[in-house]
Unconditional design. Structure first.
Length: 277
């Protein structure tokens, strides 16, 4: 079974690039929110103008970062699937595919992947049951971590909405006392952006919630297939592909969160594997 270490390192590199771009998009969205809310209380025209300009530029930058991150996520998922099927089914990775995948890391400095060997807890021999077992483990991690990300995002949404509503109610713009129409327009743009960003964050929270539910379903389906005496490879691969689609519909789970809970989740899952054989 050919599963070179560099493939795991390349996957880790691609995921890190995608994650950094997603994080920067969130940072820029937060900056736009703070600028918009802060400008609502200012009487200075240049502050309102800056908020309006930020409200136009930063959303474009956010969209560009997320679009480019999607390319790295697709490549990362390709590496994930190659590793998954090589480990689970004992399939050799075709040399042509391996060559093309390795070219994605051309010129990049690949560091070690943050994995604790053995990466999967399964002690089953290669075959459909082992594949189902390692997908069960992956889904267990995803379900736990996606739920934590969603919780944090809903808190951010709540804070953003409260801040934007407070700015709208307490600013002179809301009271209609501003005589400067340009400043009023700039403030209106800024506050619109604030609500738009809050809505965008709510959409992200929903995506992580969808991923949590998909991971839960995958966990249940693969756990049942793992416990069968002779599950078919096609059935297990069908669940694996559905799970892969769900992963691609959501931004990556932050690596810091993974590292924070990795050992605890490993202990929980591997303790449950004493009976799996």
């Amino acid at each position: 079974m050919k599963n070179p270490a560099t493939l795991s390192e390349l996957r880790n590199h691609l995921c890190q690039v995608a994650e950094k771009r997603w994080l920067w998009s969130l940072y820029l969205a937060a900056i736009a929110l703070f600028v918009a809310v802060g400008a609502a209380f200012s009487q200075q025209l240049w502050v309102g103008g800056t908020a309006g300009l930020v409200g136009v530029i930063l959303p474009l930058a956010v969209a560009w970062l997320r679009e480019t991150a999607s390319g790295e996520l697709l490549q990362c998922d390709k590496c994930r699937r190659l590793i998954l099927y090589a480990d689970g089914l004992g399939h050799d990775i075709p040399a042509s595919q391996l060559l093309g995948v390795r070219a994605w890391g051309l010129g990049a400095s690949l560091g070690p992947a943050p994995f604790t060997p053995p990466y999967y807890a399964s002690k089953l021999p290669v075959g459909p049951r082992r594949l189902a077992d390692i997908i069960t483990e992956s889904a267990f991690f995803t379900r736990a971590l996606a739920g934590k990300v969603q919780f944090v995002l809903w808190i951010v949404v709540g804070v953003g909405v409260v801040a934007a509503v407070s700015a709208l109610l307490l600013s002179d713009f809301a009271k209609g006392s501003s005589s400067d129409s340009v400043l009023a327009v700039a403030k209106s743009i800024g506050l619109f952006v604030a609500f738009l960003i809050s809505g965008d964050t709510a959409l992200l929270a929903k995506k992580y919630g969808d991923l949590e539910r998909a991971a839960h379903l995958t966990f249940d389906r693969c756990a049942r297939l793992r416990d069968e005496a002779a599950p078919s490879s096609e059935d297990v691969r069908a669940v694996a592909e559905d799970y892969g689609v769900a992963l691609l519909q959501c931004p990556p789970i932050p690596s810091r969160l993974y590292l924070l809970y990795r050992d605890s989740l490993n202990d929980l899952y591997r303790d449950s594997h004493d009976w799996v054989a």
